[in-house]
Design a protein around this ligand. Structure first.
Ligand SMILES: [Zn+2]
Length: 431
């Protein structure tokens, strides 16, 4: 199947940050050509489908590297409280009441929100009905890394049950839906998983060639408690426990010191930066620029709608771009291009996906299109597109979303998910 999209401004986010007016040829789900100008007649004749981009911007699909889609119905259920209190009084008690229908509807709602706001790929860490979520993700045709989240503060037989379930998810769904679904291992956090359990997780990761995703150093209190309990800071402890012997991405890393950042850099551990969730829970601001200076690959994530409260990566981009300038009193701390790469190229790397992220020949055709004919995006020319995407664009400017060359949204209309029904069902939850 060959599709051509012409008359678009292409933001490749390749090594040269190329932006140009041209066309894209998609062949069997991959990017076959990205060229300047108009396609020749014989190229158009050879295509099964020709789409007139009508001057839209075409850029890589956004990648959300941290979230919990099964809990989307807890949006607004408990604002304005610190992490531990929020987990113990809002999240965990509510989640105990969730049945399969609620989790399925909540996950569907999250996918609608993500696609509509330009996300093509996401990571989900959740502990309920992950096999059902995997089926739903496949039906949506989004690209996703799924992990059965594991809290290890329970008897050993329960720990093992969770771990085996997580490995089984990998056996059943890794590479599922033409490779769009992959599966990783996800112990929840060092403060909810005792050391002996984390060692078992590493064992299984090595045995099954799985990578690991875990919340680390989200709050100052959590790090202090860890030091009191074990006499060592969490990142150093995880290294001792062998966690970094397997590929690893940590979520948050708000309270990591110089030595810990060096450990992360030396072990090629990646970080999912979730600025809005960290701000809302009053957890702090991760040292993004210090991590960059150490050479750490930092990606972007929203966390769940219960702590954000949106899954809108355009908002996340803008927060990431602005807060570090403000905190460091340095307008050069971030650039539009660097932040866009966090949500695309760095995201793909962090999720161990090697053929999505930048728009280059041979990569998967995962991309989105925006309508720039808006007052808040004007005036523009090629030199201003990256700036507008980070500092001015809204997620509602996204009109089209493609994953593996397949349209998941065309001119604002979802192709696989029933938006109206999913929003109706979500609202039944509170009525
Ligand atoms: Zn989280």
């Amino acid at each position: 199947m060959v599709t051509i999209i012409h008359s678009v401004t292409i933001v490749t986010l390749d090594e040269n940050d190329s932006v140009f007016d041209g066309y894209v040829v998609i062949k069997d789900g991959e990017l076959d050509k990205l060229k300047e100008g108009k396609p020749a007649e014989q190229i158009l004749d050879a295509a099964e489908e020709v789409i007139d981009g009508k001057g839209k911007w075409l850029l890589p699909g956004l990648i959300n590297t941290h979230g919990h889609i099964g809990s989307s119905f807890l949006r607004g259920a408990g604002d304005d409280m610190p992490l531990l209190e929020w987990l113990q009084t809002v999240m965990w008690p509510n989640e105990k009441t969730f049945d399969e229908d609620i989790v399925r509807s909540a996950a569907s709602l999250a996918m609608v929100e993500m696609i509509k706001s330009g996300t093509t790929t996401f990571l989900d860490m959740y502990h309920l009905y992950m096999d059902k979520i995997a089926e739903l993700v496949a039906e949506s045709h989004m690209r996703a890394v799924l992990c059965r989240g594991m809290i290890g503060n329970c008897p050993p037989d329960e720990q093992m049950e969770k771990l085996l379930e997580a490995v089984q998810l990998h056996k059943n769904f890794h590479g599922y839906n033409n490779g769009k679904v992959t599966v990783a291992l996800s112990p929840h956090a060092p403060y909810t998983c005792p050391p002996e359990f984390l060692e078992k997780v590493v064992e299984q990761a090595l045995l099954n060639q799985m990578w690991i995703h875990i919340h680390v150093a989200e709050t100052k209190e959590e790090v202090l408690r860890h030091e009191q309990q074990y006499g060592i800071r969490p990142v150093e402890h995880l290294q001792q426990l062998g966690l970094f012997r397997v590929p690893c991405m940590i979520a948050h890393g708000v309270h990591v010191n110089e030595e810990e950042m060096q450990i992360l850099a030396d072990n090629h551990v990646y970080v999912s930066h979730n600025p809005k969730s960290n701000l809302k829970l009053g957890s702090g601001i991760a040292p993004l620029t210090a991590m960059w200076e150490k050479g750490i690959n930092v990606a972007l994530g929203t966390d769940s709608t219960a702590s954000n409260n949106t899954l809108d990566l355009f908002e996340e981009l803008r927060f990431a771009a602005l807060i570090h300038k403000g905190v460091l009193e340095d307008p050069t701390a971030t650039t539009a291009s660097a932040v866009l790469k966090m949500a695309t190229v760095a995201g793909a790397k962090a999720l161990q996906l090697n053929s999505t992220g930048a728009l280059v020949k041979g990569n998967q055709a995962d991309f989105i299109m925006l309508n720039p004919k808006k007052a808040h995006l004007s005036p523009w020319n090629i030199s201003r597109v990256a700036s507008h995407l980070v500092y001015a664009a809204k997620s509602s400017d996204v009109t089209d979303v493609f994953v593996q060359g397949r349209p998941l949204m065309k001119n604002g209309e979802l192709q696989y998910l029933d938006e109206e029904k999913i929003i109706f069902e979500a609202n039944m939850y509170l009525h």
